[in-house]
Ligand binder design. Structure first.
Ligand code: NAP
Length: 265
């Protein structure tokens, strides 16, 4: 099909938020490369999206928490000249406290939420810089701002996604490469059941549909917004948070300890 916007790579596209990104981005004119572990579910999404959009949709089943599989996806990103958009969406959550969590599961969460997202970004950014164009969408979470809400390792991984994206945007300024970080609040997907708390147990007033979440995130992307928090009704709160952060920036290092830490003579 002609008039393509290039190829969008979407990780975690077999279900949930990633599968909705697949629908929406194909409708916008992207060809797709969909990545997740479940080959059958990926095939189902690909078939549906091809039928609805007529776009080219490829699938690449891979466990992104596995270094060998991850390297294969990195290689694809490094050689495919058609890729114009990377949606780093695959992620795992947790709801248990530190003492009740299994360290191996926490380590696997870090591998997926942090290591895979970082390595895939590194694989594509040099090509985007050379071309002077390209977009990276990192799916974070509101727990980046509210790590007390769920499992602490999950909150930590998503704080990484926010911080990494902030620096990426800073470093890529003027290169033509665009970075967006999306911070969903509670969203009605399988995420919650997998994380140990079915979404039905949450108050419905705080749960957004995946469709509304992705549509709002794409409005933010279209507007060139950096941090998009679809569920935050009063956007000025995030602006104030960012203003406070920026106010500290030039003052965080000093040769002398602050007055409040001086011992009495
Ligand atoms: P989901 O429905 O559970 O989807 C997660 C996706 O990631 C699936 O496609 C899953 O596919 C894939 N995935 C999981 N482990 C993987 C692995 N090791 N390798 C490759 N793919 C893997 O959850 P979701 O809500 O759509 O989550 C998407 C993103 O949104 C995550 O980063 C999550 O942290 C974030 N988020 C979600 C919420 C929420 O309330 N739902 C809130 C804030 C942020 P396979 O199982 O087939 O691999």
């Amino acid at each position: 099909m002609t008039n393509t916007k290039g190829t969008a790579v979407i990780t975690g596209a077999s279900t949930g938020i990633g599968a909705i990104y697949a629908d929406r981005l194909a409708a916008e004119g992207y060809d797709l490369l969909l990545v997740a572990r479940s080959a059958d579910k990926l095939d189902g999404v690909a078939e549906r999206v091809r039928a609805s959009s007529g776009r080219k949709v490829d699938v690449f089943p891979a466990d992104l928490a596995n270094a060998v599989d991850l390297a294969k996806v990195e290689d694809l990103l490094k050689v495919n000249p058609d890729i114009t958009l990377l949606v780093n969406n695959a992620g795992l959550g947790g709801t248990l406290t530190l003492v009740n969590s299994d360290i191996e599961q926490m380590t696997a969460m870090i591998a997926l939420n942090v290591t895979a997202l970082t390595r895939l970004t590194y694989a594509i950014v040099p090509r985007f810089i050379l071309r002077g164009a390209g977009t990276i969408v990192n799916v974070g979470s509101i727990v980046a701002i509210n790590p007390e809400a769920l499992n602490g390792v999950y909150g930590g991984t998503k704080a990484f996604v926010l911080g990494f994206s902030q620096n990426l945007r800073h470093e890529l300024k003027g290169t033509g490469v665009n970075v967006q970080v999306v911070l969903p609040g509670a969203t009605a997907t399988d995420f919650w059941a997998i994380a140990g708390r079915p979404v039905e147990l949450l108050p419905s007033a705080i749960v957004m549909s995946g469709e509304d979440l992705v549509d709002a995130a794409l409005v933010g992307l279209e507007r060139g917004e950096f941090a998009t928090i679809p569920s935050l009704q009063d956007g000025s709160l995030f602006d104030a948070y960012e203003t406070a952060r920026r106010a500290m920036m030039g003052r965080l290092s000093s040769s002398t300890p602050a007055g409040r830490y001086r011992t009495a003579a």
